[in-house]
Design a protein around this ligand. Structure first.
Ligand code: SF4
Ligand code: SF4
Ligand code: SF4
Length: 184
């Protein structure tokens, strides 16, 4: 039975690597030859540590050991009612240090894509939109994923953004919120 379980999960993981790559290729690859039209994808409704597998596989594999929560120096991993780790970027950002993945004893955190799946949304109160005098989020983004568009609105490139949340914690007027969506 143990062998069977291992084979089952190995097969699921192989499929995962293919299907997730396919998903991202589908989301972003088609963009090159397509019209300027927004695509929105919601990949899960609970934020997980950045290398979490697809939700069904993640919840099947995570044994609730709390090693990731204890290891996170940013303290952005909290314990959920589902007895699994959840990401909370309300008070700090994720440095993408990969320590949670390193200590995970199962394959629950084994995605080759380190992405929290959060993307920033900018409110009408953004100082650049109001006066054109702030570029803090653009300057601080470690992935160079933000630009100011012609309407003086910060704009995220979902291909570059890894959902770290630094733009949110750096915005001193609170104009940035994070949502579990990928907008292209
Ligand atoms: S990558 Fe690092 S900072 Fe981010 S959740 Fe994991 S341990 Fe915490
Ligand atoms: S370290 Fe891995 S198995 Fe343990 S709680 Fe975190 S995700 Fe689950
Ligand atoms: S979440 Fe992180 S990577 Fe994405 S735009 Fe904000 S600072 Fe940049």
């Amino acid at each position: 039975m143990a062998d069977r379980d291992e084979r089952y999960y190995r097969s699921c993981l192989d499929h995962y690597h293919v299907s997730r790559r396919g998903l991202f290729r589908g989301l972003f690859g088609g963009l090159k030859n397509s019209q300027p039209q927004q695509q929105i994808a919601v990949l899960r409704d609970i934020a997980r540590p950045p290398t979490a597998l697809d939700e069904a596989l993640f919840t099947a594999l995570c044994n609730g050991c709390k090693a990731c929560e204890q290891q996170c120096s940013q303290q952005v991993i909290e314990w959920g009612d589902d007895n699994k780790p959840q990401l909370n970027l309300d008070y700090n950002h994720c440095t993408q240090c990969a320590e949670c993945q390193r200590v995970c004893p199962t394959s629950a955190l084994s995605s080759p894509i380190a992405d929290t799946e959060y993307r920033p949304i900018f409110s009408a109160g953004c100082l650049n939109r109001v006066s054109g005098h702030c570029q803090t989020c653009v300057e601080q983004c470690p992935q160079q994923a933000l630009t100011i568009n012609n309407n003086q609105q910060p704009q995220v490139d979902s291909n570059r953004c890894d959902g770290c949340g630094l733009c949110r914690s750096n915005c001193y007027i609170g104009a940035v919120t994070l949502a579990l969506i990928i907008v292209t």
